[in-house]
Design a protein around this ligand. Sequence first.
Ligand SMILES: Cc1cc2nc3c(=O)[nH]c(=O)nc-3n(C[C@H](O)[C@H](O)[C@H](O)COP(=O)(O)OP(=O)(O)OC[C@H]3O[C@@H](n4cnc5c(N)ncnc54)[C@H](O)[C@@H]3O)c2cc1C
Length: 343
Amino acid sequence: MKNVDYIIVGDGYAALFFAHQLIQNRKSFAIFSEGRKSASQVSAGIINPLVLKKFTTFWLAKEQIDFLHETLNEIEKYTGTNYLIEENIRRIFHDEQEKALWLSKCETEELKPFLNPDFETLETIRNPYGTGSVNKSARLNVDGFFRDFMSYFKENGLLVEEKFDYSLLTENAYKDFQFKNIVFCEGMGVKGNPYFSQIPVIPNKGHHIKVKLSERFTHQYTLKKKHFLFPLNDEIHYYGGTYDPNERPEEIDDFKTEELITGLSEFYPPEFQVEEVNFGFRPTVKDRRPILGNHAEHKNFYVYNGLGARGILNGCYFSKELYDHIENGKSLMPEVDLKRYNK
Ligand SMILES: Cc1cc2nc3c(=O)[nH]c(=O)nc-3n(C[C@H](O)[C@H](O)[C@H](O)COP(=O)(O)OP(=O)(O)OC[C@H]3O[C@@H](n4cnc5c(N)ncnc54)[C@H](O)[C@@H]3O)c2cc1C
């Protein structure tokens, strides 16, 4: 028998940020990965303090961004890399009204820190109304983050590369593991978990394309019109992701690829070539809050889910909330507590 403090099931943002809390606090654990491309791995990695449709901010945006910076500095100490790419988002304005709205929001106390009032017109792209920059926005180096974490887990004997089989789970044991707590971080995979399948997460399918642009930019911005466009390396740009709350199969939807091609053509007139298409399912919740908590009968079984469209900020911030709740008895915020569904 191997004795561990924790078993983590899953390998997306929820799992990795929670694993980081365990590493920081010197807890032993085993992490189960079934080796599928998670929604987290196909995500754009955008860290955005704004809702760009309305130019508003969201619950705990500043606290979440500050905490993410702290956490990425801590992770750098053991992986040797900081995965934060400090390139701001530039909004390509749709029209004069949108620009005027941005300027009026720049005057408000809440949004002043995030909206830059100095506009810029960029070369190569179609931007007749110019672009505005979102302060404190950035990106995560998604590929590097997952590659290095997986290597770290492997090198330290923490990774179990298999699908977790719920039928073999008992109160404190799974196969040859004896554990104190188990944290389920399966994203939409939670629907197959007999202990937490009822939590109200709704899949929202997202696609992205990877493209080769025929004309390169002289800047490194993350451009945003309908979707995000940014460089992954010298060759390839990422463009995405789409949203689709309808029930969809686990395959590429061609109409979504078309939507992306059209969206990119609208502001990038030179030719481009689609090199790759990927999709994933965001675990979303109606009230747009993550879901954290333990099982009513099996008190040491925890769920960490519902990260929605903000897997990075939510995943990072609430991993500490969950850790402090389990280890230090800190109450969960009522907004994210699984118990909010018991009323
Ligand atoms: C196209 C797209 C773009 C996005 N862009 C952004 C963005 O720019 N910024 C942002 O913050 N968020 C973004 N998101 C949202 C973000 O990806 C999600 O919020 C996040 O991935 C959810 O993370 P998770 O860990 O809960 O689930 P997932 O990433 O889905 O990970 C769960 C993992 O658990 C594994 N698993 C499930 N069951 C088992 C089992 N029984 N045994 C072993 N393993 C299991 C699954 O295989 C999966 O790999 C985007 C999402 C999509 C689809």
